[in-house]
Write a protein that binds this ligand. Structure first.
Ligand SMILES: NC(=O)c1ccc[n+]([C@@H]2O[C@H](COP(=O)([O-])OP(=O)(O)OC[C@H]3O[C@@H](n4cnc5c(N)ncnc54)[C@H](OP(=O)(O)O)[C@@H]3O)[C@@H](O)[C@H]2O)c1
Length: 347
């Protein structure tokens, strides 16, 4: 029997606009669900995929959208979910076919990579979280790809962070805001963030103890941070910068320290030269790296969301996959680093 067709938005060639097309509706395998996609949030990495081939150069044609929400239509094998549940989660974009991606009408997702949208929340609110919260979570709590503090649900975890001072560069970004909220949930004693002051009140509400204006010279910003933290800063997370000059200058010259980044282009040699006792860590927020935490992670993310401890990131919405010109314009904006609310598409 021929497969039923659906509409999807494809990257067919790197550096070319995404295009509307059709493909088969994927069939769920054991341990997967088929969903009617209700919402997918596009992020900067989707723009890097279209224009630089990130995660997709060897799999074209591929489909953007790793943050996915929808209604379960079919379940294969045993599952904690049922037909009709609204779920959200992250696609496995390492798979060769784009069956799990969001910019199509139907997708399959792994049971392990999804959670139910909590009561009282919309699919849009929930779909704003997965990639960014996974990345910020790993940055703080994974021992291999992050700072390695115990996950907040581990008993006694608070005692290992309550005296710690964490500096987050780029607290105004979506990942930065989630890192601030996760650090607050964990119980970090001091959370200093470097961000635009227009968001100061929001960032303090989320858990920042100090907000330093990001608009100024590096020397000025470092001096303001050191007035708050002292000069022996040992934990820095930079969520936004292509250059790590600022983050490096923040670090202690005397003590062992860690610089965690979400962008792979920090220069380990420069860091080693300027701060020989510093360790640079690049965090990549994919599902495989979440493996040791998955079972607890999704349960706690939904609880934190429901309890208002994690807020959805800011977004705007667009109905219909046919709006490819608008989708391309948004990806252009991400490439230009425009910042601000991110786009959720309702296929
Ligand atoms: N490695 C991974 O797995 C992974 C995962 C997720 C994201 N990322 C990457 O992380 C980066 C951030 O993503 P995002 O979605 O969180 O970004 P975003 O929400 O688009 O962040 C933009 C905001 O960051 C702030 N900002 C911009 N330049 C800054 C600077 N020089 N210093 C401090 N703050 C600055 C601005 O907010 P204010 O004006 O309010 O300060 C701006 O509105 C992107 O490059 C993304 O691709 C990587």
């Amino acid at each position: 029997m021929p497969q039923q067709q659906q509409r999807a938005v494809f990257v067919r060639e790197i550096k070319k606009p995404v295009e509307l097309g059709t493909r088969d509706i994927p069939t769920p395998e054991d341990g997967q669900v088929l969903i009617k996609v209700t919402a997918t949030m596009l992020l900067p990495h989707d723009a890097y995929g279209r224009d630089m081939g990130l995660f997709m150069y060897d799999k074209l044609p591929y489909i953007p959208g790793a943050n996915v929400a929808g209604v379960i239509e079919q379940i294969q094998g045993s599952s904690a979910f049922k037909k009709g549940d609204h779920i959200f989660g992250m696609s496995d974009f390492e798979t060769p076919l784009p069956d799990q991606q969001g910019l199509q009408e139907y997708a399959v997702l792994n049971n392990d990579d999804i959670a139910k949208v909590p009561e009282g929340f919309s699919d849009d609110q929930a779909v704003s979280l997965p990639v960014n919260i996974i990345t910020s979570f790993l940055a703080l709590f994974d021992s291999k790809y992050g700072l390695g503090f115990p996950s907040p649900w581990e008993s006694g975890s608070e005692s290992s962070v309550k005296d710690k001072s964490l500096v987050i560069v780029g607290g105004g970004s979506s990942t930065g805001k989630l890192a601030i909220q996760l650090a607050k949930i964990a119980g970090f004693g001091q959370i200093t963030t470097i961000a635009g002051l227009k968001n100061e009140a929001e960032l303090m509400k989320m858990g920042a103890t100090h907000v330093v204006d990001r608009h100024g010279t590096n020397e000025g910003v470092v001096s303001q941070v050191h007035t708050i933290t002292g000069k022996d800063v040992t934990l820095v997370l930079d969520t936004v910068n292509q250059s790590f000059e600022l983050a490096t200058s923040l670090l202690s010259k005397n003590k062992e320290s860690k610089l965690v980044t979400f962008l792979p282009n920090y220069q380990p040699e420069a860091l080693a030269e300027q701060r020989p006792k510093a360790k640079g860590i690049f965090v990549e927020g994919g599902n495989p790296r979440l493996e040791p935490y998955r079972q607890h992670f999704w349960k706690h993310v939904t609880e934190w969301l429901a309890a208002g401890k994690i807020l959805p990131t800011s977004y705007w919405t667009l109905d219909g996959l046919e709006n490819v010109d608008k989708i391309n314009a948004v990806l252009d904006g991400y490439m230009a680093g425009s910042g601000g609310a991110q786009l959720i598409v309702h296929p």
